[in-house]
Design a protein around this ligand. Structure first.
Ligand code: PLP
Length: 355
């Protein structure tokens, strides 16, 4: 198997892949409802919540849409400092919401005081923030931002995209006062793409009940009614949920603290290596991601040629995202990857550079 150092989809453990091939069960059967219930319960500790976790047959972007449709009749304050927070802004706009932004330069964190200042001007219904910007390799200080937001505007619902961090970095939804936290299956959870998980607070669900035009597929009020019966309104992705059920066992057996430490050791190794080999790191110091590093290509190596070289050795990294293409490249260190895998990759990059 060739280890993928691209930030999703990550490699999937063979046993977890196999879990998708067990025979189909009707989704409205006791047997499947038991699996659904079990998986939902096991997902909660990853979010740091006692609340419900919706399991959606969609990718994470579907739940970005769910957040703005369910929680805001009109006003959204979007924190924007990378490609995926820009996407969430576009999702909100395309759903007809009225939006203002708190921005930071790409590679710089959103500042809690800027969020507080914007909320002092207007008590927006929803605040959107991306925890881990996969484009820039930056982790926003969501706990401090949430505290600042709650201090100024306690009724604003705080919605967090943790697509590339959940299961890879600590997230304490209940302790930090978050209302909605969404993730995708194909990143730190190391599952195939196709599932999104969204943990939701009680007060967010209460708010949703009063918002008009929530749509149908991502209507969280409807999803909750079914979740209480361990089910979904439409057909769930049953094979992926079988894989999720097993993968959550594996993640909890590793232990979340051990998993976070494994990711941190890989992140630290990549950061130190980059800085000692003439590269830079795109994200500001103190805010660098545990799950993906965006390396500044200061020596101007040919990223496509590097990837071709790596592919011959059964590995693959990601070029920079959008306008950062070739100016940066990205090395993911999440999922099933280990420090030994990272060392093999870095040795191969050095070999390429020495050629
Ligand atoms: N948010 C972040 C931070 C991401 O990294 C991605 C995908 O890479 C998305 C949202 C979109 O997720 P999906 O492709 O699962 O819809």
């Amino acid at each position: 198997m060739s280890p993928m150092f691209v930030p999703g989809p990550m490699d999937v453990d063979p046993e977890v892949m196999d879990a998708q091939t067990i025979p189909m069960l009707p989704h409205r059967s006791k047997e499947f409802e038991t699996i659904f219930h079990r998986a939902e319960g096991k997902a909660r500790p990853l979010f740091g919540t006692q609340n419900r976790v919706f399991i959606s047959a969609s990718s994470g972007t579907g739940l970005q849409e769910a957040a703005v449709r369910n929680f805001a009749q009109s006003s959204v304050l979007a924190c924007v400092n990378g490609a995926f927070s820009e996407r969430w802004l576009e999702v909100a706009k395309s759903n007809g919401k009225s939006i203002d932004t708190v921005e930071a330069e790409w590679g710089q964190p959103i500042r809690p005081e800027d969020v507080a200042a914007a909320l002092r001007q207007k008590p927006y219904e929803v605040l959107t923030i991306v925890h881990n910007e996969t484009s820039t390799g930056l982790q926003n200080p969501v706990d401090a931002i949430a505290a600042a937001a709650r201090g100024v505007s306690p009724d604003t619902l705080i919605c967090v995209d943790a697509v590339s961090s959940l299961g890879g970095a600590p997230i304490e939804m209940d302790a930090w006062g978050l209302d909605f936290v969404l993730t995708s299956s194909q990143k730190a959870l190391a599952l195939p793409p196709g599932l999104a998980l969204g943990a939701t607070s009680d007060r967010a669900l209460e708010r949703a009940a009063s918002v008009e035009n929530r749509g149908w597929y991502f209507d969280l009020v409807r999803l909750e009614k079914h979740r209480l019966k361990n089910s979904t309104p439409a057909t769930p992705a049953t094979s992926l949920i079988n894989a999720l059920d097993l993968q959550l066992d594996r993640i909890l057996a590793e232990g979340l603290e051990n998993r976070f430490a494994r990711y941190q050791s890989m992140a630290t190794r990549v950061h130190e290596w980059a800085l000692s080999h003439g590269f830079g790191l795109f994200a500001a110091e103190g805010y660098r991601s545990r799950t993906v590093s965006t390396v500044e290509n200061l020596p101007d190596i040919d990223v496509a040629a590097l990837n071709a070289f790596l592919l011959e050795r059964g590995m693959r990294i990601a070029n920079g995202y959008g306008t950062l293409k070739n100016k940066t490249f990205r090395i993911a260190h999440m999922g099933e990857l280990t420090l030994a895998d990272v060392n093999t990759l870095l040795a191969a990059i050095e070999e390429f550079m020495g050629k």
